[in-house]
Design a protein around this ligand. Sequence first.
Ligand SMILES: *Cc1c(COP(=O)(O)O)cnc(C)c1O
Length: 573
Amino acid sequence: MTTDHARAADSAHEGTIAYVSMEFGLENGMNTYNGGLGILAGDVVRGFADLGVDAVGVTLLNDEGLGEQFLDDDGTQHTEPAPWPVAEFCDPLDATTSVDIGPETVEVGAWRYDVTSEFGDTVPVIMLDTDREENSEWARDLTKRVYAPGRDKRFQLAAELVLGIGGVRMLDELGYDVGTYHMNEGHASFLTLELLDRADLDAEAVREQCVFTTHTPVAAAHEEFHYDLLGELAGDLVPLDTVREHSAEGMVHTTRLALNLSRYVNGVAKRHQEVSREMFPDHAEAIDAVTNGAHVPTWVGDHVASLFDEHLRNWRRFPTKLQHATLIDREDIWTAHREEKAELIEYVADRQSVDLDPDVLTLGFARRAVPYKRAPLLFEDVDRLREVVARAGDLQVVYAGKAFPGDDLGGEIIREIHRYADELDEEIPITYLEDYDMEMGAKLTAGVDVWLNNPRRPREASGTSGMKAAFNGVPQFSTVDGWWVEGHIEGETGWAIGPDPHTAREQRMTDAREDLVDATALYDTLEADILPTYYDDHERWTAIMQNAIAFNGSRYHARRMIEEYLADAYDPA
Ligand SMILES: *Cc1c(COP(=O)(O)O)cnc(C)c1O
């Protein structure tokens, strides 16, 4: 029995899984992530470590960090460089490799960061570093800051060549026997060039080694580069005609390159699978879905964790046990939540000198400030919002989220929230927290009462912050998009905003129409259900919290995600 079991585990996949991602959310002090994509990559490697999967992460060092956000009184964003102390978190590695980029041979070094599970396994993340004396100034910058503002396509392509080609070569130098390269988003797809070169351009041999996860539900957002540029920077490695054959005619399309050269492809939620199939009909059959999961031990607040410790033996290791939250006394869940809320209130007071009221229903919203996430949707009709609150009960709202530096539309969104905060000062306390990061994400998703999410459909590929909220018994109130399409049970695990995705699509609404329809639905549900339940039906409210843990938390976690990857993606049999 034991040996069979051990063999089954061993044969799950051959060789090490190399998970390659432009960004990783590893620790709060390491400012190496930009947003959801990086946080997901971090939760994937944390999940690998928990399960003892033979894996290694690969990324760029990003040592300049992604910028600290400061906000003026009117919400105007300033971004300061936020370098992080690499040597405090990572060990330098002796190995070096190089990548020819244009006329220059770029030397690549690396650092190792260890992701260690509390169950004893470690997954290293190899962080590539071109900041070496041998390199030109231009090349030294390549690994310093992912998606740096003001950088041109040439720089971006070069950075991705370092990640893909340099990454494969570095793993070789370090002695890894890689069985599967997992490309997390198209940025990693240039690793196929190195693999094609090694396989004498045999695409089938490359396909056998590659797995690809796409994250982008917006056709125009898939990254492309001119063939001339690729020819200029990396033309010697693989003939451009071969790249063209495996990518697209007009431009190098990173997603198509990865789609064509992977044995397994997935979207990050069932709805995202549908959207991706429509976007890439020639790959429709091949595109599977592995719905994202967040790493439970990382995202559960201390007070909720103590409650789980009392009732759910080994829940950190086996988060499906969150299902048994149905047997925990609801009043105990409420008490733990009140403690999380008190911590959030203290955190907000410390950071921003704002006093939130522990007895008032608190909505939380933390997202990148981009138009499709519609941070100001709550204020679509301010008079209606005033009426809702006057009739159904008080509300306070906490916002967070950065605009991309230099993104005027994003910056304007943050100012807009500030204007509404001023306008509603007397009626609805609204706070915008500066500098959203992992710590703040954890505090917010544990401490607010309802997690708000209202993107335009179908732009949310999955979303993971609502999963973090669910672990903590915080129900989500969201557009039915991303993971919420499958996770949401109306009035049981949270609430929908607006029509389901298929109805919404059949109606072919304009953006303005969709905003109006969704805002109306938002006000209706707040007024008719969320506020009255919170204030007047404590039994039902705590039942919803319990269901969020039991029916969403028990499923949308990293362990389930990794087990699906093992079963569907990594075992080629
Ligand atoms: C969880 C998290 C995200 C991703 O959440 P979404 O639901 O995809 O928006 C982004 N940034 C931080 C800091 C997070 O903690």
